[in-house]
Write a protein that binds this ligand. Structure first.
Ligand SMILES: NC(=O)c1ccc[n+]([C@@H]2O[C@H](COP(=O)([O-])OP(=O)(O)OC[C@H]3O[C@@H](n4cnc5c(N)ncnc54)[C@H](O)[C@@H]3O)[C@@H](O)[C@H]2O)c1
Length: 386
């Protein structure tokens, strides 16, 4: 018999629709109810998805059938909501970032540990077919020893886009002021930092440049409220790999990743699509290299370790790019970890390490990174290390 765990969502905004729509992909999850401090938003969301609406956070936490709290509030509320849920004895899956400061993040990791509770943190794209395929290829040594990584997280010049018209399927507006105040590094760097730290281990050193390039992006709002909209950093991993990661809400959309090894290059064009293709370029054999202009063969598709068969497309509007993301997979990972009595992938320790890296990225200069985390294990369906 399938054991299912009761799940309650806190924060019924723009991203919550993606969770509600992907929860049915995971039979181990059962939606019990939702809560938002904005009662009208909670009512619209609950009605749209046919989910019970709790009148207060206290009511939600008083419901014994809620085993996992899914924290989809704004980043400013993450630490408070996660702390309340952990103090009430609930496992938590939180959207990124874990918290906005290292001290709050540490406190949450310690609280979860001291209560024997599982705290998982998004994004969960590491659990997707694309990331798992890339990781398998690295374990199998298809590019030899990895040396260098170039990772782009450019979302386009959002201030030039009609962002005020972006509405989620249950009617939540895209929270543009919040996004500009938090900035692309805290909002998005984790999409690749989660992969890279899982693949290559902890980071020891970050050298960064960050700037608010377009402060006057919202008429009538002073730029001093906004976070840097451009951040580029070079990272040194304990394993010796060096990575350059750039985040912006200015340069045209580009979320490509290249991993350069001694024997070739792996590339992914998109980290917001769990089934995005992986390509491989291998070295031209030494005996042919003198007679051709290039040292790399043309890219060839590298097959995914399994088909990507989830059922939700990230954006509804045909004018927008489509992103296939199974948001609820991270919640399912927390449920599976609890059921199986093991630590969750997408762990809070890894999220704390990633938070320390991102906060260092947002400063200019060189910073040592102190935190570390237990190695992450690949998904069982992605095969064992070669
Ligand atoms: N918008 C996206 O496309 C997107 C994509 C991936 C991840 N995320 C992440 O998801 C999280 C939420 O983003 P969003 O875009 O849905 O924001 P949003 O502003 O649309 O929604 C957040 C909701 O949380 C509610 N809330 C805030 N504090 C609360 C509290 N203490 N108690 C109860 N409710 C509270 C707000 O009323 C609001 O309805 C953020 O961490 C963001 O980084 C967003």
């Amino acid at each position: 018999m399938q054991r299912s765990m009761g799940v309650a969502i806190v924060g019924c905004g723009y991203v919550a629709d993606y969770y509600a729509s992907t929860l049915p992909n995971h039979p181990q999850l059962r939606a019990v109810g939702v809560y938002d401090r904005n009662p009208a938003r909670a009512a619209d969301f609950g009605r749209h998805h046919g989910i019970h609406v709790f009148a207060s956070m206290a009511d939600l936490l008083a419901d014994e059938s809620v085993r996992i709290v899914v924290n989809l509030t704004n980043p400013q509320s993450h630490a408070h909501v996660t702390r309340s849920a952990l103090e009430a004895g609930r496992h938590v899956y939180s959207e990124k970032p874990l918290a906005l400061s290292l001290s709050e993040g540490r406190e949450l990791v310690e609280l979860a540990g001291s209560r024997g509770l599982t705290l998982g943190v998004g994004p969960c794209t590491l659990l997707g077919e694309t990331a798992q395929t890339l990781w398998r290829a690295l374990r199998d040594g298809v590019v030899g020893r990895p040396r260098l990584v170039y990772a782009e997280l450019d979302d386009g010049a959002i201030h030039q886009m009609p962002y005020r018209t972006w509405i989620s399927e249950s009617g939540a507006p895209w929270p543009y002021l919040d996004e500009f105040r938090v900035g692309p590094a805290l909002e998005h760097a984790a999409y690749y930092l989660n992969w890279l730290t899982a693949f290559f281990g902890p980071v020891t050193e970050v050298t960064s440049f960050s700037a608010l390039v377009v402060p006057d992006k919202v008429p009538g709002v002073t730029g001093s409220e906004f976070a840097p909209d451009f951040t580029t950093a070079s990272l040194r991993f304990t394993s010796g790999v060096i990575a350059r990661l750039t985040c912006s809400t200015l340069a045209p959309e580009d979320r490509a990743l290249r991993i350069i090894g001694d024997d070739g290059v792996l590339r992914v064009a998109e980290c917001w699509d769990y089934g995005a293709g992986v390509t491989l370029r291998t070295l031209v054999p030494a005996e042919r290299r003198e007679s051709c202009d290039h040292y790399l063969e043309p890219p060839v598709p590298f097959p995914l370790v399994r088909p990507a068969d989830y059922r939700y497309r990230y954006n509804q509007s045909p004018e927008q790019d489509l992103h296939d993301m199974d948001f609820a997979r991270g919640v399912a990972e927390v449920a599976d970890a609890v059921i199986e009595g093991r630590g969750a992938r997408v762990s809070a320790q890894q999220a704390l390490h990633v938070l320390e890296i991102i906060l260092a990225m947002m400063e200019c200069g060189m910073n040592k990174i102190e935190s570390t985390f237990e190695p992450v294990t690949p998904m069982p369906w992605a095969g064992l290390p070669a």
